[in-house]
Design a protein around this ligand. Sequence first.
Ligand code: FES
Ligand code: FES
Length: 184
Amino acid sequence: MSQMTVNDRPVQFDMAPDTPLLWALRDAANLTGTKYGCGNGDCGACMVIVDGAALRSCLITIAEAEGRFITTIEGLSRDRAHPVQQALVAEQAIQCGFCTPGIVMAAAALLQQNSAPGEAEIKAAVPNLCRCGVYPRLVRAIERAGRVARRQEKISAAPAPGISAEEAAREVPALRPVVRNGGA
Ligand code: FES
Ligand code: FES
């Protein structure tokens, strides 16, 4: 049994201790916003924030996550209005969107440490792979997110396409307090 806090809720995973955190989040907790790309630590699609740092959840076991505070894309911002999310939409730095949750988490962790990162710092902290090649717009978006976080700019963008105002305002789904192997 591995216990941790996920999106501000206590969670226990009754799974093998060497289960990757990514598997537990997606398959047992149904937090499928965190994506499975390579499973090898190369792509960054599985990034979550662990105790304030962006980590690849495919490389951490649930035993290693014991007692730690995990934030997934579902828990980052209830109204999906985190500065990084606003800026990615405003700069149209999303195409298919598969890489986007991991990028959002890496960029959000960066801005928590440094709200005015330069291009080199952004590239170092957000090394995520994007098969659609949004990289130039991504750097612009994260620089802009920093300005929003520093309250130097306000983005008054419409919600992302396909997200109604009601859905944008919905509550983060409650996690079951005990998640058993196989999600039963
Ligand atoms: S799925 Fe974890 S880095 Fe690619
Ligand atoms: S937007 Fe398609 S993989 Fe990045």
